[in-house]
Design a protein. Structure first.
Length: 225
């Protein structure tokens, strides 16, 4: 069956939580600090990840690429953020980084869509469809080193973000260690690892093409809610 003939849903149906890593690339942190429309005067939005910590997106935000993004608050800026997503494969509690990759079930592409504004991240990033996961799950044997993967996004064919996971401040193992030091991670939980520089607005009618090396590309249509 041709891939174009199927509607791709999220490869994870019911995660217990979606864990997010804010400002986890230095160049993205720099652009947030430099642009008031990104930080809106909120000091917490300009703090490094070691100070800002992690945050959670509502699991009701999760969709697959075939379901698309339904934008809300169209009077405000809605931005794309492409990220490497990690799916946990077994219960993880206080896991040291040297063991952390053994708790990974697989990897996918994540889109962390966000409404810009002064509110806390978890609110602005949790509307329905604002967490896109796909196009499928790639098992760890296919990705020996998640710390060296190209990450790109284009909107309507125009490249907006282009980086590599080697520039993550906290890599996959460190993020699992960090998250599991605060709460238990369960099979199916998702960690999205942070976005590089180049975040920019999207509008209804746009088509997003997100790419992560060794995973592939997912195309996602944008509409109004």
């Amino acid at each position: 069956m041709p891939l174009a003939s199927v509607r791709l849903l999220s490869p994870v149906a019911n995660p217990g939580k979606i864990v997010c890593a804010p400002v986890n690339y230095q160049k993205h942190l720099d652009e947030v600090r430099d642009q008031s429309q990104l930080h809106h005067g909120n000091v917490g939005h300009t703090a490094p990840i070691h100070t800002a910590g992690l945050f959670l997106k509502a699991i009701s935000a999760l969709v697959g690429p075939g379901e698309g993004i339904a934008l809300r608050k169209l009077d405000r800026r809605n931005d794309h953020e492409v990220e490497l997503a990690v799916v946990i494969g077994k219960e993880a509690n206080n896991v040291p980084r040297q063991d952390a990759l053994g708790y990974v079930a697989g990897y996918a592409i994540g889109l962390d869509i966000t409404i810009r504004g002064p509110e806390e991240r978890s609110l602005r990033k949790s509307p329905d469809s604002y967490a896109v996961l796909g196009p499928w799950l790639v098992t760890p044997d296919e990705i020996a080193n998640p710390g060296d993967l190209d990450v790109r996004i284009a909107v309507n064919g125009e490249e907006r973000q282009n980086s590599n996971t080697r520039y993550l401040i906290l890599g996959v193992a460190e993020l699992i260690e960090y998250a599991s030091s605060f709460y238990t991670l369960y099979p199916g939980d998702i960690i999205i690892t942070g976005t590089p520089e180049g975040v920019s607005p999207i509008q209804p009618g746009d088509v997003i093409s997100a790419y992560v090396e060794r995973i592939g590309t997912m195309d996602v249509k944008v509409r109004a809610a």
